[in-house]
Design a protein around this ligand. Structure first.
Ligand code: HEC
Length: 122
């Protein structure tokens, strides 16, 4: 075979192999495993928040806002600052159709919930 024709084929093979490796490493980096605390927060979010915020199972007239990536913005859906303090306040005190969770989470559970919300909800 003409050696000149072989080189581009090898090059393409190496290029594809490298691209695949880089993409798979980048993919893993963007989705690191949840820490134990985040996993606990996910459990709490799934059992206490998701039925409203993802399913709106009570068919509330004001649809509970999507909380995915909420800490990536400066403001919460209402326009209040997207800070741990404000989110904790809303969860404990409730807001309009959202019930108050005062006394329902320990401080550790609240920290876990916030840690999970900071992951953007994975
Ligand atoms: C019964 C349904 C319901 C449950 C359960 C519920 N929420 Fe909500 N949530 C709402 C509604 C409705 C709103 C919109 C309130 C408004 O702005 O009038 C809301 C708003 C919010 C907001 C945005 C507040 C803002 O200022 O924009 C956050 C953050 C939030 N909820 C977090 C949670 C978390 C965390 C949980 C679980 C611990 C939870 N919610 C459980 C119904 C619910």
């Amino acid at each position: 075979m003409d050696p000149v024709a072989v080189i581009p084929q090898r090059f393409i093979f190496v290029f594809l192999a490298l691209t695949g490796t880089i993409l798979s490493i980048a993919g893993c980096r963007s989705q690191p495993a949840l820490t134990a605390q985040e996993a606990e927060g996910k459990r709490l979010y799934s059992s206490r928040c998701a039925h409203c915020h993802e399913d709106n199972d009570l068919a509330l007239k004001k649809v509970p806002p999507d909380l995915h990536g909420m800490f990536r913005h400066d403001k919460l859906p209402s326009g209040a600052p997207a800070t741990d303090a404000e989110v904790q306040r809303v969860v404990l005190a409730g807001k309009n159709l959202m019930p108050a969770f005062a006394g329902r989470f320990t401080q550790d559970q609240m920290s876990a919930l916030l840690a999970y919300l900071h992951t953007g909800l994975r």
